[in-house]
Write a protein that binds this ligand. Structure first.
Ligand SMILES: [Zn+2]
Length: 75
C-alpha cells in the first residue's frame, strides 16, 4: 500500500473524485471510531460495502457515526 502518496482532499464528498466515469479505490476514515478502510467508488457511487453506506455525497460507517467519513483519494 502506498499510503505516503495519498493526498487528502478538502471535504469528504464522493463527488470530488477526478475520475467520475470509472471505479477507483478510496480510503475512508471514520471520525467516530477511527476505522480506516479501503472501499471502491464507481464514479461517485459507493460500491456495495458491508460496513459503510452512502447518503447523498457522503459515506457513513455503520458504527453509529453521525459524521461522514473522510475520504482519501489515491491521486
Ligand atoms: Zn466508525
Amino acid at each position: 500500500m502506498k499510503t505516503a502518496q495519498i493526498k487528502e482532499r478538502n471535504g469528504s464528498m464522493v463527488g470530488e473524485s477526478i475520475n467520475r466515469s470509472r471505479s477507483e479505490e478510496v480510503m475512508v476514515f471514520c471520525p467516530n471510531c477511527k476505522a480506516l478502510q479501503t472501499v471502491w467508488l464507481d464514479g461517485d457511487t459507493l460500491m456495495p460495502t458491508v460496513k459503510f453506506l452512502q447518503l447523498g455525497k457522503h459515506i457513513y460507517h455503520n458504527c453509529g457515526a453521525t459524521q461522514p467519513c473522510r475520504l482519501f483519494f489515491d491521486r
